[in-house]
Write a protein that binds this ligand. Structure first.
Ligand SMILES: NC(=O)c1ccc[n+]([C@@H]2O[C@H](COP(=O)([O-])OP(=O)(O)OC[C@H]3O[C@@H](n4cnc5c(N)ncnc54)[C@H](O)[C@@H]3O)[C@@H](O)[C@H]2O)c1
Length: 248
């Protein structure tokens, strides 16, 4: 029996990268219903059609998760379609790297909006129901970038914020059998790292334990672990995948 049998899950940022890989993995684990959410409707619909040609299990939704009202509207549609959400994966994220002295207001606010405010916007929709039903699993994508990096004041602030958010929400909901955990990838082979200069990427990879970025499927395995009963005793934690600094 699949590890998500009988569960209804929602994944943000599901049109590509880690979110899409998680969707594929969830399908392989017999998820009962799956809401795939992204800004890019065409792309997220294509992922849904590929993974579930019958359209019985997966539905695709267009939503800007940085916008509270749009997120509320989207989850109301999901609740109408599936009745509830048992598992929430917050994978939507963006980078807008620039040193602070040159960073625009748009670059600051957009990263805080998509990478941090989205956590409130989505969790606020699903947590009351999870609390009431005494069951829930929330997996938030942070980043090793929470430690701070050149040109990443916006991203580091957002991803560090995700960790504080995760721990606080875990404390609030632990007694209701809801787990809230975070993942901090270092580098994953998706569009997000395509913008990094090849020399800089090669330099980073040299310090990595496997000398390569993680595959999205490798992240999907960790998301699954935190989304199913296997991780029932883990709450408010972060899993680092993998901090090269520990291996040097
Ligand atoms: N790839 C990496 O190396 C890496 C490292 C550390 C952390 N992360 C984090 O993992 C998560 C997933 O990253 P990825 O590598 O799959 O990125 P990706 O760029 O491949 O995918 C991100 C997805 O989020 C969607 N998205 C962006 N803004 C949105 C919005 N406002 N509303 C809804 N959807 C939106 C995009 O359309 C895209 O489909 C992100 O939170 C990212 O910060 C990635």
């Amino acid at each position: 029996m699949g590890k998500l049998k009988g569960r209804i899950a929602a994944i943000t940022g599901a049109a590509q990268g880690i979110g899409a890989a998680a969707a594929k993995r969830f399908m392989a684990e017999d998820v009962e219903g799956l809401a795939l959410i992204d800004m890019n409707l065409e792309k997220v619909k294509a992922v849904a059609a590929e993974l579930d040609p019958s359209g019985k299990t997966i539905k695709a939704y267009k939503c800007d998760v940085s916008d509270f009202d749009d997120t509320e509207r989207c989850f109301n549609e999901i609740f109408a379609d599936f009745g509830r959400v048992d598992v929430l994966v917050n994978s939507a994220g963006i980078t807008r790297d620039r040193t602070l002295c040159k960073m625009s207001k748009e670059e600051w606010y957009s990263v805080i909006g998509v990478d941090l405010n989205s956590m409130f916007n989505t969790c606020r929709q699903v947590c009351p129901g999870m609390k009431e039903r005494e069951y829930g699993k929330i997996v938030n994508m942070s980043s090793i970038g929470y430690l701070g990096g050149h040109g990443q004041t916006n991203y580091a602030a957002a991803k560090a914020g995700v960790l504080g958010f995760t721990r606080s929400l875990a404390k609030e909901l632990a007694k209701h059998n809801v787990s809230v955990n975070a993942i901090c990838p270092a580098a994953v082979d998706t569009d997000m790292i395509k913008g990094i200069a090849p020399e800089l990427l090669a330099q980073k990879m040299a310090a990595f334990p496997k000398k390569r970025p993680a595959k999205p499927e490798e992240l999907a395995s960790i998301i699954l672990f935190l989304a199913c009963e296997d991780s029932d005793f883990i709450n408010g934690e972060k899993i680092v995948v993998t901090d090269s600094r520990m291996c040097s």
